[in-house]
Ligand binder design. Structure first.
Ligand SMILES: Cc1ncc(COP(=O)(O)O)c(C=O)c1O
Length: 406
């Protein structure tokens, strides 16, 4: 069964507002539209439950329960225990806090592996551990293809490495890295694994329990939710890393790496992300437990995206005046397509806006990846990113607009 795109779009108020009518949205990797479930929960929280949660009165009880519901339901969909999921202001801030914990946990002379494929959020904070005497080893991409070769990681692993950090999918290369294979290699060498899933999760919730990393991070605001960072920290690592929260919260795993008070309303509204997956599963006749339903929807989203992506890749590949970054086959990549041009990417994005195409241009905080691939960050790339709610007609319009403006 194919994804029912009309049904999908009916769950997003953005497709109904007059100001966005006729606009093809191709900057989803920057932040997705929000599903109606999330908007409704957020609004209800502000109207009816905007009090200190977990208190003895009704509004407070309901607010606290909704926050717990968000954590429990998302954790179940991701195939992990509910106290292994926590919320923070953004993925960048979550990584920053984790890096402070890792700095206290590692000893000088021990090593960490980072990549030059990552968004700065999952590389900069880790590289700063060098200030504490920790050896930083860089797993480098292929300068032509942007590919991260697992066999190159093999050479970087030894008994000194405590943590390997890499992206599930880069926000400019788009290739989906084999988390299972890479995690198994790191674990075999005695290292833990931290995966940036920000560019992957919008294309379907992964079963993190099945994939195996110790840390998996993504951003709810790019995954049809509110502006929150979501952090999976598996128990075996979370209980070892020093607590970063108030001392009296040290025994609660989901509080250990969120020193700030949570944004109650936004945490509660994250339950709407689970509502959305459940409604899609029901509509498409997918049953089973939460992780099975999420996986079923993940596969439908990916199939739809792959079908729409190949014609765009073909149209770009056919030109000799641009460079397509990352793979040109849709199966192995996310529909996050960066192209390097003879002019700054932002200039083309500006012209595309005149055709009702919303796209982005710049470095997207992936300066290291662009530099490694020989793309000047100040010129940057044009990035065309879509998700499962994008229609074939919108991709056709994008291709036509590109033909006029490139
Ligand atoms: C791949 C990737 N990782 C991390 C981030 C940072 O996420 P946040 O904005 O939640 O800090 C982004 C944001 O664009 C991203 O694209």
């Amino acid at each position: 069964m194919d994804l029912d795109v009309d049904f999908v779009r009916a769950q997003f108020p953005a497709f109904e507002v007059p100001s966005l009518a006729g606009q093809g949205f191709f900057e989803n990797a920057g932040g997705s539209y929000t599903s109606r479930f999330v908007i409704d929960r957020l609004t209800r929280f502000y109207r009816e439950r905007k009090v200190q949660p977990y208190g003895p009165y009704e509004a407070s009880r309901l607010g606290g329960e909704e926050m717990d519901e968000a954590r429990a339901r998302l954790a179940a969909m991701l195939g992990i225990e509910s106290d292994e999921l926590s919320f923070g202001p953004s993925t960048t801030q979550n990584t920053y806090v984790l890096a402070q914990a890792v700095r206290q946990w590692m000893k000088p002379g021990e090593a960490i592996v980072v990549t030059d494929q990552d968004h700065e959020a999952n590389t900069g904070p880790w590289r700063r551990l060098a200030e504490a005497g920790i050896e930083v080893r860089e797993w480098k991409i292929d300068p032509e293809s942007g590919h991260l070769d697992p066999s190159a990681l093999e050479n970087l692993l030894d008994e000194n490495v405590r943590l390997v950090c890499f992206p599930h999918c880069s926000n400019v290369v788009g290739e989906v890295n084999s988390v299972t294979e890479i995690t198994a290699m790191a674990h075999a060498a005695g290292a833990f694994v931290c995966v940036d899933g920000v560019s992957y999760a919008p294309h379907g919730f992964p079963d993190v329990g099945e994939l195996g990393p110790d840390i998996y991070l993504f951003s709810a605001y790019k995954t049809y939710g509110p502006h929150q960072g979501i952090m999976v920290i598996r128990r075996a690592l979370g209980e070892q890393l020093p607590n970063q929260a108030h001392y009296f919260n040290a025994d609660t795993l989901y509080k250990r790496f969120t020193p700030a008070g949570p944004d109650h309303a936004q945490v509660a509204a994250c339950a709407g992300m689970a509502d959305y997956i459940d409604v899609l599963a029901e509509h498409h006749g997918i049953g089973g437990g939460p992780a099975e339903r999420a996986t079923g929807i993940h596969d439908m989203m990916r199939a739809h995206e792959v079908r729409l992506l190949q014609p765009l890749l073909d149209a770009l590949r056919a030109r000799n005046d641009l460079r397509l970054l990352g793979p040109d086959r849709a199966e192995g990549r996310a529909p996050t397509v960066a192209v390097a041009l003879r002019e700054p990417g932002i200039e083309v994005a500006r012209r595309l806006a005149g055709h009702g195409i919303m796209a982005g241009g710049g470095d997207f905080y992936a300066l290291r990846a662009l530099e490694a691939m020989g793309v000047a960050p100040e010129r940057g790339v044009l990035r065309l990113s879509f998700v499962h709610y994008t229609s074939a007609e919108e991709v056709d319009r994008l291709i036509e607009a590109l033909e006029r403006e490139l």
